[in-house]
Write a new protein. Structure first.
Length: 246
């Protein structure tokens, strides 16, 4: 939960069974969460959507923080990004009821293409400050092997655009790779050194800069760079530096 957040709950448990699928287990739940108002910005809030479905030897499970409160530009950008993570086309304007249908569509798309194995999707609202809102995603596919895809997306509160690595870092790509290598932690590496990495998407979370790069059995892995270590190479977008504020 973002450090500025406060928790409120509302649970709804509609159980729907599609009679066209005889061996089906479905679970849906909602949980509403709002942030304390951030000084100088509109309050931001999400509803937690959960959806699970099992057919035979295949299963799909998703937990998604869906934005329901905040500026229109930010909510639109985040919702479009969420649809991209779920591998479904964004319809543009959408509310929670429509998103529930889209989540089911993502599940059916996976289950109709998979005889066995599982997919777990986690999309989390992970950070907010006066200048940006950050979401992270993890998709874990399990069959004979486990394959993980991670992403981190920070969205500007000014106009809703997704903040790029070039907007975060003021240094060369080679220096970013050095930082990634320094903070690779226990990621399973195939690269022999920083020069073999790539700099993918990037975003802010509390105390860290997340950069997406390569790792074994990952189509994108989250490298968490300590903010203080990255600070000398960050862009300055106003007093305090960058988009990050303590």
């Amino acid at each position: 939960m973002p450090k500025s957040g406060l928790l409120y709950g509302l649970f709804l448990l509609p159980l729907q069974v599609d009679m066209n699928f005889p061996a089906v287990c479905i679970t849906i739940f909602l949980f509403v969460r709002f942030a304390l108002p951030v000084k100088g910005a509109a309050a931001f809030g999400v509803t937690d959507f959960g959806y699970s479905r099992t057919e035979g030897a295949a299963s799909f499970d998703a937990q998604v923080d869906f934005p329901v409160e905040g500026s229109a530009a930010v909510m639109r950008s985040v919702r479009e990004w969420i649809c991209g993570v779920l591998e479904i086309e964004s319809p543009g304007a959408m509310d929670g009821m429509l998103f529930k249908d889209l989540l089911k569509r993502s599940a059916m798309q996976f289950l109709t293409q998979t005889d066995r194995g599982s997919r777990k999707v986690e999309i989390t609202w992970s950070f907010e400050d006066p200048q940006c809102v950050t979401f992270q995603s993890v998709i874990t596919d399990r069959d004979s092997v486990t394959w993980i895809s991670e992403d981190c997306a920070s969205f500007s509160k000014k106009d809703g655009h997704r903040i790029t690595a070039a907007e975060i870092f003021s240094c060369s790509e080679a220096q970013v790779k050095q930082l990634m290598w320094q903070f690779r932690a226990d990621l399973p590496m195939e690269a022999a050194g920083p020069g073999e990495l790539y700099v993918g998407n990037a975003g802010f979370i509390d105390g860290w800069i997340v950069v997406i790069g390569p790792a074994r059995n990952h189509s994108g892995a989250a490298y968490k760079i300590r903010y203080q270590a990255a600070e000398p190479w960050l862009q300055a977008h106003g007093k305090g530096g960058g988009y990050y504020h303590d």
